[in-house]
Design a protein around this ligand. Structure first.
Ligand code: GCB
Length: 594
């Protein structure tokens, strides 16, 4: 799905700002038709932001159910004759949208965009009222899963993942205009032949006008380096400046639709990073060169705004990534805002792009998170309907992110149950689907400690092995020597599989300011010693091609746990982005030789 943009034929209006807002825990609004009139008893709510921590008290923080948003906007006069579209970059986790009382779209899935053609409902120059109801309930049929429990004190949301269930409109909302005959989608693929860069493209056009398609490829200075005609084609760039880790060099494909008489119909500009990705033996190659991932599993998480996208945090976080010498991150555990990928493209940062399938593991949920235990995969829990939701989440992820050079690997789940026949049966078709949707990138999933080598039945379906391991934290706590022996033994077994191994999580909770002369878990010294132990293990196993620490920064988790103190403290930076001692230790390792 194309991002809205401003070009000679297209225009956007951001609907960011203060919307009218009202919580609806008893789900009355739809039946009472709140969408037909100005929202009564409303208060202000910023968009984009998660609503939970904006409000004071448990009412917003622990809200389960619907939340209503409403705004009015004036459709620009100049859009007469255009197609007008209303687009939400996300609504967590499900939404229904009305324009002046007419329902225009429903969407399920909290981290991918959706839109509605509202041309027939709006008049350029006039105001429209936009009403959205966002539901934040998680069930066994949603991605990620959860259970809503009825208690004497109201409904409570239980979930099986370790980050707070931030909800609402956390990303941009747009009203935008395109011509009626328009570029509907574009897919670019890139290759390298000798010193030539090869850009393949496929343009999908919608609308009734007869048209021709022209693609002009420009370099970063705007100079034309090649062109092609037709809806599909190839542009060869001699001596191409490639996109590479640390060198986010971007070309731009200017896609132009023209009528038979040559008049301009539509223009869409697609950035292109010319690069290749390949898994060969135990190597992960970018442009034919072995790549070693350094960096983090991250979260979209900051004080007050929750998962609300914020350009200040985006740029600051990436400055910290550069300072520390990180070359990559995983979008643990859901697709991030599109601004993040655009910026990673520009910086030459490498991204492992993950779908929001996290918490599909009742062994882990029961063992670590406590509470009632369930069977992970069963007709009553995660079933065929869930798998279709998972498949749809993968489709929407790839449709959105397929053209980002920064994205080099799809992660189709984090730490699901993977040591049972049921898990294998569940995942096989999802791997096949991902490969069918994108033939150019490797696919994997993130394996959990409970399914070690020899027990995991899903890992062999992936092109790479992604392992989350907490030797020295959840096992061998405080015993780094024992941890080192056990960890190396397990890792050597995985290395025997002949695939590249990325350690997608290793980390230790650390309260900034706690110090100790002995290896005390929770102290800054222990986090440093823990990371150094891990690095000794990684450096002794050549198949390890990546190390991503859990986590970039401390982050919010569910309010209902006895083993989290004000959130997860495995950050190398605090939640307000101050460095712990580990940040300096990582910087020394990751900037060696730079
Ligand atoms: C994991 C999960 C991550 C948790 C982390 C932890 O394995 O993938 O979501 O936050 O462990 O800190 O326990």
């Amino acid at each position: 799905m194309l991002r809205p943009q401003d070009t000679p034929t297209r225009e956007r209006r951001s609907l960011a700002g203060l919307w009218d807002f009202r919580l609806d825990p008893t789900l009355d609004g739809v039946a009472d038709r709140w969408f037909e009139r100005p929202l009564a008893d409303s208060r202000a709510m910023p968009v984009p932001a998660s609503y939970n921590d904006i409000l004071v008290g448990t009412e917003g923080r622990d809200h389960v159910g619907d939340a209503w948003y409403q705004t009015t906007t004036r459709v620009p006069r100049g859009w007469a004759g255009d197609r007008v579209v209303l687009r939400f970059d996300s609504a967590t986790h499900a939404a229904t949208v009305w324009v002046d009382g007419t329902e225009v779209v429903r969407h399920v899935g909290g981290y991918t965009p959706f839109e509605a053609d509202v041309t027939e409902l709006v008049t350029p120059g006039e105001e429209v009222r936009v009403t959205v109801v966002v539901n934040n309930e998680l069930t066994f049929q949603t991605i990620p899963p959860g259970v809503v429990q009825e208690t004497p004190h109201g409904r409570r949301q239980q979930y099986f993942h370790d980050f707070f269930n931030y909800s609402g409109l956390a990303r941009a909302v747009w009203l935008y205009a395109t011509p009626r005959t328009r570029v509907e989608d574009v897919t670019v693929t890139t290759d390298i032949r000798g010193t030539d860069g090869v850009v393949g493209y496929a343009v999908e056009v919608a609308g009734d006008d007869e048209h021709t398609v022209e693609v002009v490829l420009r370099d970063a200075d705007g100079a034309e380096v090649g062109r092609a005609e037709g809806a599909t084609g190839e542009v060869v760039v001699p001596d191409a400046h490639l996109w590479a880790p640390g060198d986010g060099y971007l070309h731009v494909a200017e896609i132009t639709l023209r009528c038979a008489d040559g008049a301009l119909l539509d223009r869409y500009d697609q950035t292109v990073g010319i690069r290749t990705v390949e898994v060969r033996g135990t190597e992960f190659l970018i442009n034919g060169t072995p790549f070693h991932f350094t960096g983090f599993g991250r979260h979209e998480d900051s004080p007050v705004r929750g998962k609300g996208h914020d350009d200040a945090f985006l740029v600051h976080d990436m400055e910290l990534m550069r300072w520390i010498g990180a070359n990559s991150f995983r979008t643990s555990h859901y697709p991030y805002a599109e601004e993040v990928y655009d910026y990673a493209d520009r910086l030459g940062l490498v991204v492992i792009d993950e779908v929001a399938a996290v918490g599909q593991n009742m062994g882990l949920a029961g063992g670590i998170f406590g509470g009632q235990s369930y069977t992970t995969f069963s007709p009553e829990t995660i079933n065929d309907v869930s798998r279709e939701a998972h498949a749809q989440a993968i489709r929407e992820l790839i449709a959105r992110d397929k053209n980002h050079p920064s994205v080099v690997l799809w992660s189709i789940a984090n730490e699901p149950e993977s040591d049972t026949d049921a898990a294998r049966a569940y995942f096989e078709p999802l791997f096949a689907l991902t490969r069918e949707l994108d033939t150019t990138r490797p696919v994997g999933f993130v394996n959990v400690m409970l399914a070690p080598h020899g027990k995991c039945q899903v890992s062999e379906l992936g092109d790479v092995l992604m392992l989350n391991r907490y030797y020295g934290w959840y096992t061998h706590t405080g015993d780094l020597e024992g941890a080192e022996t056990a960890w190396r033994a397990e890792l050597e077994q995985w290395a025997g599989d002949g695939k590249p191994i990325i350690i997608t999580e290793y980390g230790a909770d650390t309260v900034a300011g706690v110090h100790s002369l002995t290896p005390q878990p929770w102290s800054e010294e222990y986090q440093v010693a823990y990371l150094e132990m891990n690095h000794r293990v990684f450096d002794s196993v050549p198949a390890v091609v990546g190390e991503q620490v859990w986590n970039f920064a401390d982050f919010a988790t569910a309010s209902t746990s006895v083993f989290r103190v004000d959130g997860n403290k495995k950050g190398v930076f605090t939640r307000d982005r101050r460095p712990k001692a580990a940040a300096h230790a990582l910087r020394r390792r990751w900037t060696r030789g730079a």
